[in-house]
Design a protein around this ligand. Sequence first.
Ligand SMILES: *Cc1c(COP(=O)(O)O)cnc(C)c1O
Length: 393
Amino acid sequence: MIHSSWIEINKTALRKNIRYLQKRLGSGVKFASVIKGNAYGHGIKEFIPLAEENGIDFFAVFDTNEALRAQAVKRDTSQLLIMGMIDDEELAWVIENEISFFVFDLDRLLKAVALARKQQKKAKIHLELETGLNRTGIEEADLDEVLAIIRENADFLELEGVCTHLAGAESITNYMRIQEQMRVFERLSGILKKNQFFPKYRHIACSAAALIYPQSIMDMARIGIAQYGFWPSMETKMNNLLSDENKFTLDPLHRILSWKSRIMSIKKVPAGKFVSYGNSFRTTKETRIATIPIGYFHGYRRSLGNMGQVLIRGSKANVIGAVSMNVFQVNVTHIPGVQKGDEVVIIGTQGKNSISVASFTELSKQINYEFLTRLPESIPRIVKESKPENNGV
Ligand SMILES: *Cc1c(COP(=O)(O)O)cnc(C)c1O
């Protein structure tokens, strides 16, 4: 291993998550697997083939760069959808490769028509409607004009979808806002119907919406965080575990990612000495210290100094002192037989103990989405078939 740490992807756990989520969506509903942010840190090129093995054939990305990377590994039969950024210069490539994309303003619609006409091809579009997120989306006032353009250019446009994005379905605080968005979407997509437009996919649900508001599921759901085994929030988890169908059963979602390394060096430090940079940790007795070759460069936050924990030989070991750029240190005085080269679990299970992503996010004020997507792309992702683990949020 030429890398100082690696990320393992658990194939069995992914299979279970997809099976559970597809059951929740219902059999006729398209599972759009959201793989933006390097598949939430799991690795686009490792994740796509695994998802495909489990029947997924539709992937949603943020931009052209991610589409290009997905294109390189996906099966010919799998479809891509770009939900966000496409540079004007790249739009021709997107249309040529029959990649679907969100249309959230008139400008993109007109450019798509012009390019598709030039290629004598149909651009596959999903109209993103403004319903209250106020980020991107066609305004109601522009809808008539947009529909007229689509009708006039029917030879060059396929209206494959109509959609919107909700403003935080994972939190009960947003309940009224989400309800209003769903009402607005019903009304606006009703205008499409009245004008004889019947797109194949009406879709508004992300993981949280699909798991909390079944009426949001429609023809397709865009599932990100849940397929990786994480609940969008503690509220979503509670809501589901307390629902009638799940009552008293185990957590149906399994985390698929672990992060591991090996002990780089061990030393004994006498009592009364400072460890690592500065003076944030001082030994009170003779202490055995292991150095782990991971630092803030690899995504292990400085705020975890004197706070984080890892697993070695099945026991928890506390981070002591400051986290450096490439290493941090842990106290292993209480772990018998510990040796240089021993496996270190940063995230995941060893023996009877686990370290969850939630423990990091609580210490560093990140949400699990943020922590996962910040895992550097340079850490290798290794696919393993192993027993799934349950996890927190
Ligand atoms: C990220 C994203 C999703 C997926 O959200 P999850 O909460 O991870 O399921 C769905 N739709 C859009 C537009 C997104 O940007």
